[in-house]
Structures are given as structure tokens and as C-alpha cells.
Design a protein around this ligand. Structure first.
Ligand SMILES: [Zn+2]
Length: 312
């Protein structure tokens, strides 16, 4: 479609930290903004900082009973409240009440969910839909604002690989994933990168609400196509590590025949696919429990419609 589509203003915005209690950048930033929100205040916007999983934050653990960032399924959100539910399922219901209900007109317009990764991914924005033109325009704006620093865009809209994120309660969910940073550690460079991306994101929303027109554009994204597990022995135990040629090479091309894993006995496991892919979340610490060594993506260019705010 050419031309410029009219969209409603985005007045209610939330910034989540501590969806995972051992990812300290978002926890520190949200803690800071809960004490003094001047930095995230914008004209015509309610910006609400929020600690998503306070018990996990207190324990410095990813979660208490189950991963909050996989808990927002229709079944969980409709489970009877009085039942003896896992802590994160109860928390998902509370978050859905405060910021949702998911899929309803009452839901928050935007939720930014702040995460750290142990992988060498740099600054990454995560989208859940290739049709959300508001979000596509926002990531386009952010990418230009932070250039020449790279901000990659990961698109996860695969019906099988998609998962039920905390941010999915909002009309426009967007994840911020910055790394590398070990779990339970704060690094100033990662903290400042995250802070800067959020600043530009809020500026974008303020400009949009204020009547700035954003012209049609294109956005380069990495679309999730597969999750790759470690090689395993007959007992299901890991029998290889990420190959040194692949380690820390997030977003770089992996071609047929390139090394993927190094077996404990020294042999190399090569990538046997028939086309170039772009691995990311390589050797992410939190994904060992999810039986995932990395995520394979394909590079794609999406067209974003022009957008402007509907005059009220
Ligand atoms: Zn996380």
C-alpha cells in the first residue's frame, strides 16, 4: 500500500524490567525510573515503569516456578484464580488485568520489555508481527537514531516457534534485548545502550502523537525460522559445544558446510542446510533448559506503510 495510514494515538506506554529476575539492566533502569520518572516523561503520554516479576528480581533468579515470558497463554490467563497456580501464572493474570486485557481496546498501546542476553547480539529489538506498521516505523526510527551503532531487528511471528510473551498483552509489543551481559551482572555499556534505545523509542511515540508523518519505508529484519538444539548422546546429555568459529558470531552468515558445533571428542559438526542463515542467541545461558543452542534466522526486508496519527 502506498500513502499514509491513519492510526490512533499511543497514549499509554509501559516499560517492563525484571520479566527475568537475573537480567539486571532493565531491573536497574526500571528501579531508577520508579524513583524518578522525569527521564521517561513525554508530552501527551503516560509512561509507566513496572517491575514484572518482583519475586524473581528479589531472588536474582530468572523465575520462581516457571518462565513468565512464556506464561501469557489463553489457558493460563483464563485459569481460575483460586487454584493453586504457579507464581508466574498468577503474576501473568495480574499483569493482564493491569495492562490488558490482551487483545481488548482497553489494553496498553505499547509495552517495552527490557531483557539482557549472554549472547553477543548487541542491541536487538524483537517484533512479534510483520504487519504492525506502528512498530515497524518505530524500529526504523530507532535504527536511524542510533546509527552508526547497529540495532538489529528480530522478527518472531512463526506460528510454531512463537511464544506467549509478557509484552504480548499490549497492542504494540516490543522487546529490547541487549548483550552480551552475564546473568546477575550489570555492565555500564549495556545499561547505557538500553537507556538510549528507550529514549529514542519514547521520542518516536511523542513525535507520532504530536502529528509527525512517517513516510513509507523498508526495514531489514531477521526472521526466526528454526531453533537448533545441541548434539546429544543416547541419554539426552549434551555432547558438543558451540564451535569456536560460530561462538560470538551472532547475526553473521552461516553457510552450508560451515562449522556449527565442536564435539567433546574433537569432531566438528557442520551446518548441512541448503541456504545461508543468520544465527543469533548463540550459546544463550538461559536457553540450555530450553534445549536450544541458537536460533536460526533468515534476512528479509519488510515494507512499512506510512503512518500518521488520527486527528481527534
Ligand atoms: Zn530475558
Amino acid at each position: 500500500m502506498n500513502g499514509v495510514a491513519s492510526l490512533s494515538a499511543a497514549h499509554r506506554v509501559a516499560v517492563f524490567g525484571g520479566t527475568h529476575g537475573n537480567e539486571l539492566s532493565g531491573i536497574a533502569l526500571v528501579g531508577l525510573w520508579l524513583r524518578d520518572g522525569a527521564e521517561i516523561r513525554r508530552r501527551g503520554l503516560e509512561v509507566r515503569p513496572f517491575m514484572a516479576n518482583p519475586r524473581a528480581v528479589q531472588e536474582r533468579a530468572r523465575y520462581i516456578d516457571t518462565d513468565l515470558n512464556r506464561a501469557f497463554t489463553p489457558e493460563n490467563l483464563s485459569s481460575f484464580q483460586g487454584e493453586d497456580l504457579p507464581y508466574e501464572v498468577k503474576r501473568a493474570q495480574e499483569i493482564n488485568q493491569i495492562f490488558g486485557p490482551m487483545g481488548s481496546p482497553d489494553a496498553y498501546d505499547v509495552i517495552f520489555d527490557l531483557h539482557n542476553t549472554t549472547s553477543n547480539m548487541g542491541c536487538t529489538l524483537i517484533l512479534e508481527s510483520s504487519n504492525d506498521h506502528f512498530n515497524l516505523q518505530m524500529v526504523h526510527y530507532i535504527k536511524h537514531a542510533v546509527a552508526p551503532v547497529t540495532c538489529s531487528v528480530l522478527l518472531n511471528d512463526h506460528p510454531r516457534l512463537h511464544y506467549s510473551t509478557t509484552r504480548s498483552v499490549a497492542k504494540h509489543p516490543i522487546g529490547l534485548e541487549v548483550g552480551p551481559q552475564p546473568q546477575g551482572v550489570l555492565r555500564s555499556n549495556i545499561f547505557e545502550s538500553m537507556r538510549l534505545i528507550l529514549k529514542h523509542a519514547l521520542d518516536f511515540i511523542e513525535h507520532f502523537n504530536g502529528g509527525v508523518e512517517f513516510l513509507p519505508c523498508t526495514v531489514e529484519v531477521y526472521r526466526v525460522v528454526e531453533r537448533v538444539d545441541y548434539p546429544r548422546d543416547s541419554n539426552g546429555n549434551i555432547s558438543a559445544m558451540v564451535h569456536p568459529d560460530l561462538q560470538d558470531c551472532d547475526w553473521e552468515p552461516l553457510n552450508p558446510g560451515d562449522p556449527m558445533f565442536q564435539m567433546f571428542d574433537g569432531r566438528t559438526v557442520q551446518y548441512k542446510g541448503d541456504c545461508t542463515v543468520y544465527p543469533t542467541f548463540i550459546n544463550e545461558a538461559a536457553y540450555y533448559e530450553k534445549q536450544q543452542a541458537f536460533v536460526m534466522t533468515k534476512k528479509e526486508t519488510l515494507n512499512a506503510n506510512g503512518i500518521k496519527v488520527t486527528k481527534s
